[in-house]
Design a protein around this ligand. Structure first.
Ligand SMILES: N[C@@H](CCC(=O)N[C@@H](CS)C(=O)NCC(=O)O)C(=O)O
Length: 213
């Protein structure tokens, strides 16, 4: 191949706040793919000046060779496709998308707790999350992992995909914030352990900034 045909790696910059939040799945995918990027983290006091520069005045934004691309789920899917974490056929990708959409729904429920200011209402939301909403999703994850007959205990195939990354990420947040335990969902717990102990992911987890959200 002539040198002019050698593909240059894109220059990536991930713009977000100093937190895991909606950018963390992208950071974990970058770690898994062993791809370099600039992890730009804005402090809240600097955000008003930066906000107008962003395509939808919100973060995360993935800058690819100067192009500013937005929407956290689209960013995660782009990286998963680009680096081989999006399944190997249409059915596998369907299964990954299905988990992805379930995570978006679960995250929406968790935000309700985060944004509620009234203490009594907060308690109510917390109770319904722990008793009903979170178990519904975890039962579903458990079933989907069981349906995958390949070795490894992942959602599809025999290796990590975007689905595993997203479930690891949200359960980490639930364990941190709600002190929620995965004891009743052993397959999901094992899957999350596997993601966290993947050498590339575990190196990232050790070095990532410790932040509240
Ligand atoms: N649907 C968008 C939502 C983006 C969003 O609301 N981002 C929040 C942080 S998670 C933000 O930028 N907040 C600051 C602001 O809106 O000024 C996505 O998933 O990327």
């Amino acid at each position: 191949m002539s040198s002019s045909k050698v593909m240059k790696m894109p220059e990536y910059k991930l713009h977000y706040f100093n937190g895991r939040g909606a950018a963390e799945p992208a950071r974990i995918l970058f770690a898994l793919a062993d791809v370099e990027y600039e992890d730009i983290r804005y402090e809240m006091e600097d955000w008003p000046a930066k906000k107008p520069e962003m395509p939808l005045q919100a973060l995360p934004v993935l800058e690819i060779d100067g192009k500013m691309m937005t929407q956290s789920q689209a960013i995660a899917r782009y990286l998963a496709r680009e680096y081989g974490f999006n399944g190997t056929d249409n059915m596998e990708t369907f299964r990954i998308d299905e988990i992805h959409e379930a995570i978006v729904e679960l995250q929406r429920e968790l935000y309700k707790l985060h944004y509620e200011k009234d203490e009594d209402k907060k308690k109510e939301i917390n109770q319904s999350l722990v008793d009903t909403i979170i178990p519904k999703f975890l039962n579903f994850f458990e079933r989907r992992i069981t349906e995958n007959h390949r070795s490894g205990g992942y959602f599809v195939g025999d290796g990590i995909t975007l689905a595993d990354v997203l479930v690891y990420n949200i359960t980490y947040n639930m364990e941190q914030k709600l002190k929620f335990s995965l004891d009743k969902w052993p397959k999901t717990a094992a899957l999350c352990k596997k993601v966290a102990s993947h050498p590339k992911v575990s190196a990232w987890l050790k070095k990532r900034p410790q932040t509240e959200f």
